[in-house]
Design a protein around this ligand. Structure first.
Ligand code: PHE
Length: 442
């Protein structure tokens, strides 16, 4: 159950929507390598740490951090990890819901046969027309938020997680269909070499931070979501093997989505650096030009929406768990309040793509860019850094060992120690430092 829930949390828009488009924006190749290194050397160890903190604390992330800090005779300031996560949840869900609304709208478009026989120009025009229509964007943002509020409020989360057992394999099948289409489209080889060539000259300091931030985002690590789930994990389940499995599955989905999408990009002469619309201007072409495309395409976007819902419920879990614990609040009330706040914040993202496209709230950033930046590039890496430092340097070592029960003896133990004590914290710090340096000194 923990693995299902955590896979539901991890696999989402981050894999299918975000990973391909940021890979395209950052020139492919080297970016993908850095991303994979970040997953393996930072994301997975920090995820193990986050799960073990949750399972040791068995409370909401805020109170878990409080009680673990007390047990470690450390400052209550460590509860910052929990607070930042709860706040980050609001910010992430605000734009997550808007983009999930896009997927929901595409269920409708696909089912209506809009893309039958469509080429790149038609798919692009349909997406542009959609983005230019704030009313429609708000409508689907509202619909997605309502679904999330309903599920979180009614507490049917576990029923939904059982459904992951069926939905996740189906998602794999449909990604397979897309890959098959990609393989016969004439763009596969080019897409493959785009993703896996060593084009280091394309990689910027910002791209490295992007890869690191995305590694946290896609694994749902650094803001307490996985800590909250860990608090429900039975004591006899192995953390290392569960986390490894989640990490591998999550990465496979992202790579498969990327390969399929870039095959379509190159077969149709599209732009890899298209930006946040990449998923929506590529995948419809494929489904629009294959047998049973209406059926498969509709199902695909249903599955993307489902994957987004199972992630969304984990994004609000840290705040939800705290409110229920601290104020004895009713789930419905919390869900509603959370939903309304995120919905309002989400309007900033909606208008970033039309009416406020030229409204730069910080530097060159629109609302969407700003929420995305603050959460992925600041809060998640910072949260991950603090989680690593707390687990490795503050929490008594015997607690960590008792929770982790690393298999494989001394060599694995040494590897864990090196990753969590040195590589993860210094990795995040180095990337932060490098980015700041470039920001100030060009
Ligand atoms: N991991 C989710 C995705 O890839 C997003 C997420 C981020 C979920 C942070 C929970 C916490 O879509």
């Amino acid at each position: 159950m923990f693995v299902l829930a955590a896979v539901g949390s991890a696999v989402g828009l981050g894999n299918i929507w975000r990973f391909p488009y940021i890979t395209g924006e950052n020139g492919g190749g080297a970016f993908v390598v850095v991303y994979l290194v970040c997953i393996a050397a930072v994301g997975i160890p920090v995820m193990m740490a986050e799960v073990l903190l949750g399972r040791q604390g068995r409370q909401s992330p805020i109170n878990t951090m409080r009680s673990l800090a007390r047990r470690s005779k450390a400052s209550q300031g460590w509860s910052l990890i929990g607070w930042m996560g709860a706040l980050g949840g609001f910010l992430i869900l605000s734009y997550y819901s808007v983009v999930a609304g896009w997927a929901l709208y595409y269920v409708y478009l696909m089912a209506g046969g809009t893309f039958v026989g469509a080429d790149g120009a038609a798919a692009g025009a349909a997406f542009d027309a959609f983005l230019a229509n704030p009313g429609l964007l708000v409508g689907f943002h509202t619909l997605f938020m309502a679904i999330t509020i309903f599920i979180v409020g009614a507490g049917v989360v576990s029923g939904l997680e059982r459904a992951i057992r069926w939905f996740m394999p189906l998602l794999f099948v449909l990604l397979g269909v897309l890959l098959l289409y990609g393989a016969t489209s004439g763009g596969f080889a080019e897409g493959f070499s785009f993703m896996f060539s060593w084009n280091w000259e394309q990689l910027t300091a910002e791209g490295v931070l992007e890869a690191l931030g995305h590694a946290f985002f896609t694994l749902s690590v650094g803001m307490g979501a996985i800590m909250a789930y860990g608090s429900y994990m039975p004591s006899n389940t192995s953390i290392p093997s569960a986390v490894l499995m989640i990490g591998v599955l999550d990465t496979v989905v992202a790579i498969a989505a990327g390969l399929a999408i870039f095959a379509i990009v190159f077969a149709n002469g599209l732009e890899p650096g298209e930006g946040p619309g990449l998923l929506f201007v590529t995948v419809p072409i494929a489904f629009g030009n294959m047998a049973l495309g209406v059926l498969f395409g509709t199902l695909f976007f249903v599955l993307v929406t489902f994957a987004a819902v199972t992630s969304a419920i984990s994004i609000v879990e840290p705040a939800m768990a705290f409110a229920v614990e601290r104020f004895n609040a009713k789930r419905w009330h919390v869900a509603f309040l959370l939903g309304i706040v995120c919905w309002i914040l989400g309007l900033g993202t909606v208008f970033s793509f039309n009416a406020w496209a030229d409204l730069h709230i910080v530097g060159e950033m629109t609302f969407f860019d700003f929420f995305d930046f603050v959460t992925q590039k600041v809060m998640l890496p910072l949260g991950g850094l603090l989680i690593a430092v707390f687990t490795a340097w503050v929490l008594p070592k015997k607690i960590v060992q008792a929770q982790l029960k690393l298999p494989g003896g001394r060599p694995v133990e040494v590897l864990w120690e090196v990753l969590i004590r040195v590589v993860a914290p210094l990795g995040v710090l180095a990337v932060f430092g490098y980015t700041l340096y470039h920001f100030f000194f060009g």
